[in-house]
Design a protein around this ligand. Structure first.
Ligand code: 13P
Length: 287
């Protein structure tokens, strides 16, 4: 059964660890993440971007696949199925499809509009027993080969959004999606501490979990980060393992690649990445 992210994140704040959000793209990724969470007795959040949702043919397919897989594999650890960086319309579609959690990314709107739309979604989520993540201060990343630096959120704006009754809050603290450029300044712990000061026990979310050094991750957790998103690192480990398998070329003669064998090394690599992150975030054994 899917659960919301509320209880697992409240426990994480109290226990000073973080729950990983790992993005899924297909059956192999989902299976790799769910089985690793179960083996390590860790809570987990499956993130689905709008693009990945579309790729998997729609949110209803995703819900069906995840729920079916959890039942068939006897997954008993807490699992939240969460829309990542949703538009307002995307959020409504995921409510309808049966997700247990959504993120509304209103960070690119003027703050008044972000507040108004987030407020509406707080009510919708309450009615549907879902958790809601909001964002203040946009998180940078690569677009058309140009890496934008992450913004630092205004702590007062964070408080205005947190006070609406969202479950968790993503505040930009200089973090970015994808690989960090060589001249990256690091996370702004000053901003994080100021946001924490004003938002109290609100679980804070750190996006762009790929490539942040372990000591910064630990410090962020000590300052109230209870959810950390990882996507690129799983993609990289998947791609590297698949490349090696293809280059080994065993199956290039005769029948060609057996699709199940072709995807197995990538899935095994994702399991390793997820395990490493769960250990670093401290969520192992916390289910
Ligand atoms: P990375 O791709 O940098 O790991 O970030 C993932 C993320 O924040 C998804 O919302």
């Amino acid at each position: 059964m899917l659960v919301t992210a509320k209880e697992m994140l409240e426990k994480a704040v109290a226990g000073h660890y973080a729950v990983g959000q790992f993005n899924i793209n297909n059956l192999e990724w989902t299976k790799a993440i769910l089985t690793t969470a179960q083996e390590l007795n860790s809570p987990v959040i499956l993130g689905v971007s709008e693009g990945a949702g579309k790729y998997m043919t729609g949110y209803k397919t995703v819900v069906g696949m995840v729920k079916g897989m959890m039942e068939e594999l006897n997954i008993t650890v807490p699992v939240a199925l969460h829309l990542d960086h949703g538009s307002y319309e995307g959020c409504l579609k995921c409510v309808e499809a049966g997700f247990s959690s959504i993120m509304f990314d209103g960070s690119h709107y003027p703050i008044e509009e972000n507040i108004a739309k987030t407020k509406e979604l707080v009510e919708i989520c309450a009615k549907n027993n879902m958790s809601l993540e909001a964002e203040v201060g946009s998180i940078g990343g690569e677009e058309d080969g140009v890496v934008g630096m992450g913004e630092c959120a205004d702590p007062n704006e964070c408080k205005s959004i947190a006070d609406l009754g969202v479950t968790m809050l993503a505040a930009g603290i200089g973090n970015i999606h994808g690989k960090y450029p060589a001249n990256w300044q690091g996370l702004s712990f000053e901003t994080l501490a100021a946001v924490k000061e004003l938002t109290g026990d609100m679980p804070l979310v750190l996006h762009g979990g790929t490539g942040i050094p372990a000591d910064m991750i630990k410090k962020a957790i000590s300052l109230g980060v209870a959810k950390i998103n990882v996507n690129t690192e799983c993609q990289l480990s998947f791609a590297e393992a698949t490349r090696k398998y293809i280059e080994a070329g065993k199956d290039l003669e005769g029948k060609g690649f057996d699709p199940r064998k072709l995807l197995a090394p990538g899935a095994a690599a994702i399991k390793e990445t997820v395990k490493e992150k769960m250990e670093l975030f401290g969520s192992v054994g916390k289910a």
